[in-house]
Design a protein around this ligand. Structure first.
Ligand code: ADP
Length: 191
């Protein structure tokens, strides 16, 4: 019998990597990168975005502004991702991605949400990072139903880890016990 976190259903193995589900604050994570549920302006906002910029300090915003001025003058499209330093955060890097706004699910939202996770994971690997923490992208201000979003998040990460063995750990940091339970239920079915 496996004891501890495994028994509680918070830890899952995919190939050589672990997927962990935790309740907490994404800005407190000590992973190599944390992911920001940003908006296309890259200029900050509420929710996760606001918390990251508040705690990370002005350096992150300066880098975002530079990315806007150079690579993304019209804003970062939904589903894409960029990387900056982590400023004053424990995490050395922040990967900023834009999830879709929920508009009923028939406007490409599932594919765009999967792209946001996938492009964040690809960016972590191409930067030589080993550990990454995600919030529940799009399920706050962008109103994506969390039961549906959690399944896309977990399926995308699982399939990525099955093909790509360069990451050691992917953490989902859920803000409430309720959100954590939804992710746990989905993970038990999917992983
Ligand atoms: P989006 O605009 O992509 O919906 P939000 O930041 O509004 O992003 O919300 C995404 C999810 O992150 C929501 O479930 C919200 O409760 C949660 N959240 C908000 N702040 C934090 C935080 N500091 N750490 C982890 N999760 C957070």
């Amino acid at each position: 019998m496996i004891v501890g976190e495994k028994m509680a259903g918070n830890e899952f193995q995919v190939s050589k990597a672990k997927i962990l589900l935790a309740k907490g604050d994404i800005t407190e994570q000590g992973t190599d990168a944390i992911v920001n549920a940003a908006n296309s302006t890259l200029m900050g906002g509420g929710g996760v975005d606001g918390a990251i910029h508040r705690k990370g300090g002005p350096k992150i915003l300066e880098e975002c502004k530079r990315m806007r001025a150079t690579e993304w003058p019209d804003g970062l499209p939904t589903g894409r991702a960029i990387i900056t330093s982590g400023g004053n955060l424990k995490a050395k890097h922040v990967i900023h991605t834009v999830g879709p706004v929920w508009r009923g699910g028939i406007h490409g939202e599932p594919e765009l949400l999967a792209e946001a996770y996938l492009n964040s994971l690809r960016l972590a690997v191409s930067n030589g990072l080993k550990t990454i923490a995600f919030p529940s992208i799009s399920t706050g201000a962008y109103r994506y139903p969390i039961e549906k979003a959690s399944r896309i998040a977990l399926t995308t990460v699982k399939e990525f880890l099955e093909k790509e063995d360069k990451l050691d750990k992917v953490v989902f940091v859920l803000f409430t016990r309720h959100d954590l339970e939804i992710y746990k239920k989905a993970a038990k079915e999917i992983i």
